[in-house]
Design a binder for this molecule. Structure first.
Ligand code: G3P
Length: 216
C-alpha cells in the first residue's frame, strides 16, 4: 500500500490537488496497486467524488453533531466520501485521550484509521486502541532527502517486531521504488509519504517507480 499525504503543499491544494489525485487514480488503475491519498478537509468532498481510489482525511476531531464550531466532524468526513483518516501525524499531534476518542469516533462512522507514531514503541502503545494501521515516521527525517529505509532501517525492523507486519506502515523521506522495496522487505505492509510525490516534477513517473517497490 502507498498512501500519499497531500499535507498543505501548494501542488496538492485546490484544483492542483484534484489533478494530483487523478494521477494517483491513473497509476492505481494501470498497475493494480493499492494507492490511497490523504487530502485537506476542504478538498475532501470534490476529490472523493471524482476519483475511485480511497481518499483519507488528514484529521478529524472527536466531536458530535451540535455545538462544535470549527471542528472537523467525523460524520461530515464520511458523508464527503472519505474512506479513512490519518490521526496524530507529527505535524498534528494529539493528546493520548483525544487520540483514543478520535479513533473511537472514526470507527463509529466507519472510517479506516491510520495512526501516526514517532517511534516503534509509541506505535506499539497504540495497539490497545485497535487501529487499522500504524504509521511509524521518525520526525527528523520527514520532508528530507534520506529515507527512513536508508537512515534508520533498524526502526522498521523493530516496528515490525513490536507492531506486526499486517498493520505497519512506515514513512519519512521515502522517494523511490528502492526505498519502498526496503520498507516492505523489513516488514512494513506499505508506506506513507508526501514530498517525494507532491514535490516531484513528474509525479506519475515517481508513483510508477514507487509501486515497483511493492513487488519484492
Ligand atoms: O505523512 C507522510 C510524511 O510525514 C512523510 O513526509 O515528505 O518525508 O514523505 P515525506
Amino acid at each position: 500500500m502507498i498512501i500519499t499525504n497531500f499535507k498543505t503543499y501548494e501542488t496538492a491544494t485546490g484544483h492542483l490537488a484534484l489533478s494530483l489525485a487523478k494521477i494517483h487514480e491513473e497509476v492505481a488503475k494501470e498497475t493494480g496497486a493499492d494507492i490511497r491519498i490523504a487530502v485537506q478537509a476542504v478538498d475532501l468532498a470534490r476529490i472523493s467524488h471524482e476519483v475511485s481510489i480511497p481518499v483519507l482525511a488528514q484529521h478529524i476531531d472527536p466531536v458530535v453533531h451540535g455545538g462544535a464550531t470549527g471542528h472537523i466532524l467525523p460524520e461530515s468526513v464520511k458523508l464527503a466520501g472519505a474512506s479513512g483518516v490519518i490521526l496524530n501525524h507529527s505535524e498534528r499531534r494529539l493528546k493520548r485521550e483525544v487520540l483514543e476518542a478520535s479513533i473511537k469516533r472514526a470507527k463509529e462512522v466507519g472510517l479506516v484509521t491510520v495512526i501516526c507514531a514517532e517511534t516503534p514503541e509509541e506505535g506499539a502503545s497504540f495497539l490497545e486502541f485497535d487501529p487499522d494501521f500504524i504509521a511509524v515516521e521518525p520526525p527528523e527525517l520527514i520532508g528530507g532527502d534520506i529515507s527512513v529505509s536508508t537512515a534508520k532501517p533498524e526502526i522498521i525492523e523493530h516496528a515490525t517486531k513490536l507492531i506486526g507486519s499486517d498493520k505497519l506502515l512506515v514513512g519519512a523521506g521515502v522517494k523511490n521504488g528502492a526505498d519502498v522495496r526496503t520498507c516492505i522487505k523489513l516488514g512494513a505492509i506499505g508506506v506513507l509519504l508526501a514530498s517525494g510525490v507532491t514535490q516531484a516534477d513528474d509525479p506519475k513517473a515517481v508513483l510508477i517507480d514507487l509501486v515497483s517497490g511493492l513487488q519484492t
